[in-house]
Design a protein around this ligand. Sequence first.
Ligand SMILES: [Mg+2]
Length: 475
Amino acid sequence: MSLKITGFETHDVRFPTSLTGDGTDAMNTDCDYSSAYVSLFTSGDLVGHGMTFTIGRGNDIVCAAIKELAQRLVGKNTEELFANMGKTWDHLCSDPQLRWIGPEKGVIHIALGAVNNALWDMYARSRSKPLWKLIVDMTPEELVNATAFRYITDAITKEEALAMLEEKAATKAEREVHVREVGYPAYVTSAGWLGYSDEKVARLTKEAVQAGFNHFKMKVGADRSSDLRRGKIIRSIIDDSAHLPADIAPRDPNGPDLIGKNAGPTGCVLMIDANQVWDVPQAIEYVESLQEIKPWFIEEPTAPDDILGHAAIRKALKPYGIGVATGEHAHNRMVFKQLLQAEAIDVCQIDSCRLAGVSEVLSVLLMAAKFRVPVCPHAGGVGLCEYVIHLSLIDYIAVSGSMERNVLEFVDHLHEHFLYPCSINNRGRYNVPSNPAEGYSIEMHNDSIARFEWPHGSYWVNEHAAAKARGVNGH
Ligand SMILES: [Mg+2]
């Protein structure tokens, strides 16, 4: 049915996570996880919801940018927009005046992530499919047309992408059945925030092992002796088969899914994340000094735009068997293109809304598959886990065709605010979203928006001062 986009509304929604130390790392010490949320409306019942993630102050600035971009969709015919989402994406990011305050970076680009994701959510709802299913059911031509291709054809042409997708097309159905059955591999970050005490880290790590997880990530970079101490605590738990659930056998650390990941005797893997705190030489020296805790990779060792810096760190750490991962702050597909071309990363960490929505994510999935670098999306925050399971399913079913070496970040915070929250099975893997009404799984409960909207929501007006006074502060 032909509908027109008639309008939109935005919401600046902020959750008081700074009270508990959730989300603390070496760079981000005081986070109030926030959603710059947008709903698109049509001349019919069809709606689309999207958001981008911030950590508090500035969320209002992103909402202002979202309003400017969403205005470009008002009056448009939905079927014409859906018919070529790559062209639609080009239209959204090429406003002749807004472009000046990017282009394709910073506030304007993450705002575009919210708007593009809302339109994809609407498209999926219009076909009564979850977003991942909408995309894996596309023909290779349709998928390539939905992708942002400008500025990446020196790394991958449309013809190469088509050939890659065609090669995978015949076996898509088998992979879909398989992943619905076993779930998509995940890892936990929630045990290793810097703001947590040693006791809390140990307790949360034991709980995560019991829940079936076998990849764990710890924040580093604020204090070397504390990093080593916490790393040893985590390793002492994950490497001890006594902590494994009774019905889970240790995995072979030299198996094809774990080789090269510095897995311990039980097949468990530790990763570390510095959130950009170091200069390049400092990163190399610091990570060398943590080699005893045997990380698979160091994530975000330095400035996210420093492609050659990441390449230098990767080269220097190779003799120790420690890899480099980055991407959650890589602001567009060109940064990923160069990280791949410069052989700067072992793991590609796309973000669902720092990249400007699904269309730009597809371009990075295609490039990573061509360069044979596994995609392990960034998640956590608020809403990111709900989003990224869709992206990893697209990668596995339609693009790269593999998942057992990949791991998708999982952080168990704030899922209760969503109508279709993500979930994890008893093997520490994401369940496949399968409600035909859920679109991109990002619709938030109206009462959560009303309670946490900044600054006039009932939580911020009535409850915050009292919560702060009670001193529920984990730092
Ligand atoms: Mg990170």
